[in-house]
Every structure is written in structure tokens, then in C-alpha cells.
Design a protein around this ligand. Structure first.
Ligand code: MTE
Length: 322
């Protein structure tokens, strides 16, 4: 039972951490002191040095913009965007950018498994260099009713699917974020169902809008945005756009996401943006544009209906919006 998390996204961490859990966390830290002693091992010291090198894909940026995807608002200022994030692995406030710098980006392996012709593990650098990179301007709508606009760099999810060669019986792709409580303080909060998990149907993953971002603002992705690989599905609430992905598993079972596991009455599998269906605790009719005082009406599918509305025909009986 995740009693604490029931209180929702926007609760300050100090309020969401009752004493007994805080004490458990201290016990956990004690237990990891032994692990810290291991850090003197030469191979770990080497891994640390590799992780501190400049991004090995830096030369690929900026990438050419695909002009097909246009915005109805200005791009959110990078400084504003990079200082207001959701990345629960590093805390439940919006100011996790500093803590997220603890994330080690190399070596970074991506596992592709489940219902595929041949499971593989590939380094992020090899994967990025195999993919056709482009820049896309996308809107992002958080379920908390704030919104922004970002120039992502990356590749179409469909390209990863082609590379993965899933079996025709695969119906979903399940994604997983890294799991390392030694760098991600949030992952020491054991009442969350780590690691962060999200999922798409195969039709959603191969829809032209589904994008795997490796960079933003013309350079490799900042850690707080989910480097080195993060999903961008702009017609869904932001929590679907999983950060710092390490694994793609093709499956015939609908994946249960992190937020659904935590609070199924508030966060569902589909999570398509819909102004007419309120979140159980607040309205979704309008949104605040980050960096401005502006409130705008929320658009169905976040304005991307022309690309995705057909995906949901005949599914009206499902809980599409939560
Ligand atoms: N991915 C992971 N692994 N952990 C998270 O906490 N938060 C989600 C999504 N992806 C989250 C995540 C939510 S709620 C939002 S709104 C976006 O990331 C925020 O992305 P941004 O910080 O780059 O704006």
C-alpha cells in the first residue's frame, strides 16, 4: 500500500515523508555504507571517469529540424524548462536539476527483449549513431496542468521498432528507467514502485508522432530532462514520457505503469490529454504556459488529433483519459 503517495504529485517531500519512512531510509543509507567502500575498486573508479567524459555523441548536434511539426506558441526558454522538472528519481519537487547531475550517463546500455526475433543489449552511443536523427518542436502537457514547448532532437520510435524486430504477436512495448538508488535519492524511498515504467501499444509506438529524444535545444539532452534517452508522446499527459530509458520489452500484456501502480484511480494506461475529463482532484480545462502568466484552454489530444485520433476509434469504452 502506497499510503503516502495517495496525496499526489505536488506534495513537498518533507510532508510526504513520515518519520518511520525517514528512519527506514537512514537504515538503508547505513546498509549502503558498505557498498560505498567498494567504490575504491579500480573498475568502479574507471566507470566514474568514463561517465565524466564529454558526451561522445556531441558532434551529432544540432540536427536538422523536421518542419512538419509546428507549434502554436513560443519555445519555452531553456533555462526555465531546465529548472522546472518532474523526475521523481531525484525528488518530488520541481527543482531536481542539481540532484539529477549525479546521474552517470556512460556507460549506458539499452536492453531490447521480450517478444523480439533476437534480444540484444546495445550501448546508447551505438544506438544513437544507427538512428536517423531529426529535430521536432513539440508541446508537452503535464497532468498537473502546466505546459511547455521544446525542440527535441532524436528519432522516430518506429525506427527503434524496426531495429528491434518484434514478433507479430507483440501488442505493447514496455519501457523501464534505470534503477540505482546510490545515485537517485528518490529511489531510496521504497514506497514508490521503482523502477519507473511506462508502456504504449504497438500502434501508438509506431505512430509517426511517437519520438525518442536524445537531445534538446540543439545539444545532447540535459540530465534533468531524462538523458540519454527519453520518450516524447505529446498527445498524452507528460507522465507517459518516461525518462532515462534502459529497457524496451515487447509483450502481449498491457504494461502497468509506475503511476498506475501507485494510484490506479488517478493515472491510467492511456492518459490521453482531454480537457473535458477532470483529474479526480483538479480540472484539465486549461493549462499554464511555463515561463508566462498565460492560461490557455487545453486542446483534445493536446492539439495532435490529426495524427492520433484514429488510434482510439472503437475504444471509447476504455478509460482513455486517466
Ligand atoms: N520519467 C521518469 N523516469 N521519472 C519521472 O518522475 N516524470 C514524468 C515524465 N517522465 C518522470 C518521467 C512527468 S510527470 C513529466 S511532466 C515529465 O517527465 C517532465 O519532463 P521534464 O522534466 O523534462 O519537463
Amino acid at each position: 500500500m502506497y499510503v503516502i503517495a495517495r496525496r499526489g504529485w505536488e506534495i513537498p517531500e518533507r510532508e510526504a515523508t513520515p518519520a518511520h519512512l525517514f528512519l527506514n531510509r537512514r537504515a538503508f543509507l547505513g546498509a549502503t555504507a558498505g557498498a560505498a567502500a567498494l567504490a575504491v575498486a579500480p573498475q568502479l573508479a574507471f566507470a566514474q571517469r568514463v561517465a565524466d567524459l564529454p558526451d561522445p555523441t556531441k558532434d551529432l548536434y544540432p540536427v536538422k529540424r523536421n518542419e512538419k511539426y509546428v507549434l502554436d506558441r513560443a519555445i519555452t526558454d531553456e533555462a526555465i524548462n531546465g529548472a522546472y522538472n518532474n523526475f521523481y528519481e531525484f525528488g518530488s519537487s520541481k527543482t531536481i536539476a542539481k540532484a539529477a547531475q549525479a546521474l552517470k550517463l556512460r556507460p549506458w546500455m539499452v536492453k531490447i527483449d521480450g517478444m523480439v526475433e533476437k534480444p540484444i543489449e546495445i550501448s546508447i552511443d551505438e544506438l544513437i549513431r544507427k538512428m536517423p536523427l531529426e529535430e521536432r518542436l513539440y508541446r508537452h502537457r503535464c497532468v498537473e496542468a502546466w505546459a511547455m514547448a521544446i525542440p527535441w532532437s532524436g528519432f522516430a520510435f518506429a525506427e527503434l521498432v524496426k531495429f528491434a524486430r518484434p514478433l507479430s504477436s507483440a501488442k505493447y512495448v514496455r519501457m523501464e528507467t534505470f534503477l540505482d538508488p546510490t545515485v537517485a535519492s528518490g529511489q531510496r524511498q521504497t514506497w514508490y514502485p521503482w523502477p519507473y515504467v511506462e508502456g504504449l501499444t504497438m500502434e501508438e509506438a509506431t505512430n509517426e508522432l511517437a519520438f525518442l529524444a536524445t537531445g534538446a535545444y540543439g545539444h545532447p539532452m540535459a540530465k534533468q530532462h531524462g538523458a540519454p534517452l527519453r520518450l516524447a508522446v505529446p498527445w498524452k499527459y507528460g507522465f507517459k514520457s518516461i525518462k532515462s530509458i534502459t529497457r524496451f520489452s515487447f509483450t502481449d500484456k498491457q504494461p502497468k505503469s509506475f503511476w498506475e501502480a501507485l494510484q490506479a484511480s488517478e493515472y491510467g494506461f492511456w492518459a490521453n490529454v482531454n480537457p473535458q475529463v477532470p483529474h479526480p482532484r483538479w480540472s484539465q480545462a486549461s493549462e499554464e504556459v511555463l515561463g508566462t502568466r498565460e492560461r490557455r484552454p487545453t486542446l483534445i489530444y493536446n492539439g495532435y488529433g490529426e495524427f492520433v485520433a484514429d488510434l482510439y476509434k472503437g475504444l471509447e469504452g476504455e478509460r482513455l483519459w486517466a
